[in-house]
Design a protein around this ligand. Structure first.
Ligand SMILES: NC(=O)c1ccc[n+]([C@@H]2O[C@H](COP(=O)([O-])OP(=O)(O)OC[C@H]3O[C@@H](n4cnc5c(N)ncnc54)[C@H](O)[C@@H]3O)[C@@H](O)[C@H]2O)c1
Length: 393
């Protein structure tokens, strides 16, 4: 159970690049990082507009001499201080992730980076190698994976409760982009600009979330090949607003050879909120999880009534109760899921500083980020070649 007690000698001196006033994702980064006293916000370059960013930093309580106009100045100035930053979170539009992440690693900082980690596999491999060389942690905020029921699913699959995995049916198909929202909403506008968003919209913006969740649920899962078809249903969009992907999996301890994964990534699912659901079908039973009801998961054993497993309950595997913050029956949500990940990032960063192993837990790391980038690349390759099957390795 997490109760806020100290896990590090001192809170990690932490800054943000991006996540400025009015940004969609900035506040949940701060809320998650600061929740358990493992990080202390001491500096920031929060905005593309330097004046607005510095003013916002001051509003957040950052000392005036540590409110910076841009990330380069921040990294340079902080390196001169004895109490300089030790870690930075990157919450800018996608196009800046690679550049800022690389600069941060070169400056010897730990990083928490938004997804997608970067645009190409070459860039991703460079970041993986640099993080290793510098012995720095790169956490990637696949935030939904911090929900406790994801841990439960992972344990159930590892213990063979579902039998061999045969089918995974998943979606992140939200609504609201069924008209030209980008004409009035700046946060939607950059998402359809390939120079700022990368080679995809729906696949990278939302498809990578369920992809990482199934990787977390099934650590021995390996994609053999995949096919993808994508469309821009709203006229004039350079990037897709809807995509379908079918993946064939290799056989492994928990996966039957030839198992299939179906993924629907969309922004034009009229009437839906998130539409982010994952159903894992095994040879004995199935589980299903929905991010809008994250405290529950259905467990369906062939021939028996459907069960609804509840977060915090005594019958869950112990690993699914480690990050319980308040007893079962109380709703925990996305803010807690993110705080769980930030807590794991902090422990991993501290272990790296001390040359220790960080213990028996996982988190979305630089390799997970690289995997997402590769998946987008392969999907785009398939879609651009008439939805052909593309080998994954
Ligand atoms: N993990 C998740 O669940 C999740 C959810 C939403 C968004 N995201 C990701 O978070 C990132 C930001 O998305 P958003 O929706 O918050 O975007 P947004 O457009 O709402 O906000 C972007 C922020 O970054 C700032 N910024 C832009 N360029 C900058 C620069 N060079 N230096 C400093 N600040 C800069 C902007 O001023 C703004 O404050 C994207 O990569 C997106 O994919 C992740």
């Amino acid at each position: 159970m997490i109760n806020g007690s100290k896990v590090l000698d001192h809170p990690i001196r932490w800054a943000m690049v991006g996540g400025g006033k009015g940004s969609q994702i900035g506040y949940i980064h701060r809320s998650a990082a600061l929740r358990d006293n493992n990080f202390q916000l001491v500096a920031g370059a929060f905005d593309i507009n330097p004046e607005r960013g510095m003013a916002f930093a001051a509003e957040l309580g950052v000392a005036p001499d540590r409110c910076y106009p841009d990330y380069k100045t921040m990294f340079e100035e902080e390196a001169k201080r004895e109490d300089g930053i030790e870690a930075v979170s990157i919450a800018t539009p996608n196009g800046m992730h690679y550049t800022v992440c690389k600069a941060a690693l070169e400056a010897g900082l730990h990083v928490v980076c938004e997804k997608p980690l970067c645009f190409t596999s070459e860039e991703a491999e460079e970041l993986v190698a640099l993080a290793k060389e510098k012995n720095r942690v790169v956490g990637v905020t696949y935030g939904y994976s911090g929900h406790q029921m994801i841990q439960q699913a992972r344990q159930m699959i590892q213990h063979g409760d579902l039998g061999d995995i045969r089918v995974i049916n998943m979606s992140f198909a939200f609504g609201g982009y069924n008209y030209k929202i980008e004409e009035t909403n700046p946060a939607a506008k950059w998402r359809f600009d390939p120079t700022k968003a990368g080679p995809s919209f729906a696949l990278g913006d939302v498809g990578t979330h369920p992809l990482f969740i199934i990787e977390a649920m099934i650590p021995d899962m390996k994609i053999d090949n995949l096919m993808c078809t994508k469309d821009s249903f709203v006229e004039g969009r350079e990037l897709e607003d809807n995509a379908f992907v079918i993946m064939r999996l290799k056989g492994s301890k928990s996966v039957q050879e030839g198992a299939k994964v179906y993924c629907w990534a969309s922004s034009i699912n009229c009437g839906a909120r998130h539409g982010h659901k994952i159903r894992v079908v095994g040879s004995k039973a199935s589980i299903e999880w929905d991010d809008e009801r994250p405290n529950q998961m259905t467990y369906e054993i062939e021939g028996e009534p459907v069960r609804t497993l509840e977060r915090g309950a005594g019958y869950l595997y112990p690993e699914a109760r480690v990050e319980d913050r308040i007893g079962g029956g109380h709703a925990e949500g996305l803010f807690e899921a993110w705080a769980n990940l930030y807590r794991r990032f902090a422990v991993a960063m501290d272990a790296a500083n001390n040359g220790e192993e960080y213990g028996d837990f996982w988190y979305p790391n630089v390799e997970s980020g690289a995997q997402g980038v590769k998946w987008i690349e392969k999907c785009v390759e398939s879609a651009n070649n008439g939805a052909c099957w593309v080998d994954y390795e």
